[in-house]
Each structure stands twice: as C-alpha cells, then as structure tokens.
Design a protein around this ligand. Structure first.
Ligand code: HEC
Ligand code: HEC
Length: 192
C-alpha cells in the first residue's frame, strides 16, 4: 500500500518535470524562429499590426518560400510573384476572378492553370482577414491593406515618389531579396 502511494508520487513528480522540460523547449523554439527570421522588434511589431506574414503560415518564416511552378511563371512574368501570405483568401479569389481586367492589363489564363494557381494562393493566404484602406473590400492590392500601410508607415511620401520606386507594388525596389520571397527588414535597401 505505502509502496503504491510512493509510486504515484513518483509518477506525478516525473510528469511535472517532463511538462516543464516541454515548456522550456517550446519557448526556446519560439525564440529561434524570431531570431532566425527577423529581429525581435519586428516580431512584436508584426503581431500588433496583424501582419500577413505571420497569419498565413503560423508565423514560420520558412513557409515564405512556399512555391508553385505555374504561379511563379504566370504571376511572376509582369511583376514579382507576390507571396500568397500577404492577402487573405477572399482577396485572391477576387484577383483571380478578374484577370481579364487586371489593373489595366489582361492576365487571363487557361482555366486549369487559373484553378491550380487560385488553389495555391488560397491555401497559403493570410489567415487573418486583410482590410483595405480605400473601402474596396476585399482589397485587391497588398499595397492597399491596412497591414501594408502599417508596416510601411515610416516610409516617407517622397520615397514612394522616387522614380526608382514608381509604385508601392514595386516591392523589389526596396526589398532586395523579394524575388526569392524574403521581405526581412535586413534586406531592405532604400533607393536614393
Ligand atoms: C500581363 C501582366 C500581368 C500578369 C501576367 C499578372 N499581373 Fe498582376 N499586376 C499587373 C499590373 C500592371 C499591376 C499593377 C502594378 C502597379 O500598380 O504598379 C499588377 C498588380 C498586381 C497586384 C497588386 C500589387 C499591389 O500593389 O499590392 C496583385 C496582388 C497581382 N498583380 C497579382 C497577380 C497574380 C496573382 C497574377 C497571376 C495570376 C498576376 N498578378 C499576373 C500585371 C500583371
Ligand atoms: C519604397 C520602398 C519599399 C517598397 C516599394 C516596399 N517596401 Fe516593404 N518595407 C520597406 C521598409 C522601409 C520597411 C520597414 C523596414 C524597417 O523598419 O526596418 C518595409 C517592411 C516590410 C515588411 C515587414 C518586414 C519585416 O521584417 O517584418 C514586409 C513584409 C514588407 N515590407 C513587404 C512588402 C511588399 C509585399 C511590398 C510590395 C507589395 C513592399 N514591401 C514594398 C520598404 C518598401
């Protein structure tokens, strides 16, 4: 009898210990993600503003590299293939259903290709509902989302007008590794 109670205590002690180890490990994991992908300041900043970066993929920077061959080819021919995580699924649906009148261009695709790309975009979309700053809901532009405006609030209007930038849609003008899917602040170089 006494021996059994002893066993139970022993079990409780072991499981408590295991639980704390797991918690410490999980915490360390978090740290690593932040340190590996962006500065601590950014992580905090991003969660406050509800960044698309975090929402679409559980905050793991590595999925910034999600890719699809047709998406890269078709949606990267006129401009950067904009990463799916910066718009929510309803936005991507709206973009994909209006490709014949795509920001003044005709970007129509074969239906099968359009379906494949649409699925890829929606599956990797921001899980956070992205809101627009101009009353067009869902926003069709990343650069029209509240999230985008908030991330870029320190970019002065003169820089947006710089001829090397031309348009906020021109992510690569400042994000030197945008083509490979990295928008880390460490790779931002402002054009002069
Ligand atoms: C024929 C050329 C062309 C193709 C192909 C094309 N686009 Fe575009 N896209 C444009 C133009 C032009 C703009 C407006 C750019 C600007 O305002 O500077 C644009 C803008 C965008 C924007 C808004 C960018 C912002 O400001 O946040 C999104 C999102 C977008 N395209 C998604 C796509 C997707 C998804 C595909 C593939 C299915 C695609 N585009 C294929 C020409 C194209
Ligand atoms: C005129 C230059 C410029 C353009 C164009 C631009 N950005 Fe940025 N972006 C910045 C700057 C500056 C920051 C803030 C960096 C800092 O605070 O250190 C930033 C921050 C960001 C961040 C947050 C980075 C992080 O580490 O958390 C993301 C994501 C981002 N931009 C995406 C985009 C996307 C997508 C586009 C195109 C649709 C775009 N940017 C266009 C200059 C630009």
């Amino acid at each position: 009898m006494m021996k059994n109670i002893g066993n139970v205590r022993w079990l409780i002690a072991i499981s408590t210990l295991l639980m704390s180890i797991t918690m410490v490990a999980a915490y360390a994991d978090d740290d690593e993600d932040e340190g590996g992908n962006r500065s601590m300041g950014y992580e905090r900043h991003s969660s406050r503003s509800g960044a698309g970066e975090d929402e679409g993929n559980g905050g793991k920077g590595r999925s910034s590299m999600v890719s699809n061959a047709k998406w890269k080819e078709e949606c990267g021919s006129c401009h950067l293939a904009y990463p799916p995580r910066y718009l929510s699924a309803d936005s991507w649906r709206a973009v994909m259903s209006g490709l014949d009148k795509h920001f003044g261009s005709n970007a129509t695709l074969d239906p099968e290709v359009a379906t494949e790309i649409g699925n890829f975009l929606e599956q990797n979309a921001s899980k956070k509902q992205q809101r627009s700053t101009n009353g067009i809901e869902p926003p069709l532009r990343i650069s029209d989302t509240k999230w985008f405006k908030s991330e870029h609030r320190e970019v002065s209007s003169s820089i947006w007008k710089n001829p090397k930038v031309k348009s906020p849609s021109n992510c690569g003008a400042c994000h030197t590794k945008a083509d490979s899917g990295s928008f880390s602040e460490h790779d931002v170089r402002m054009p002069r």
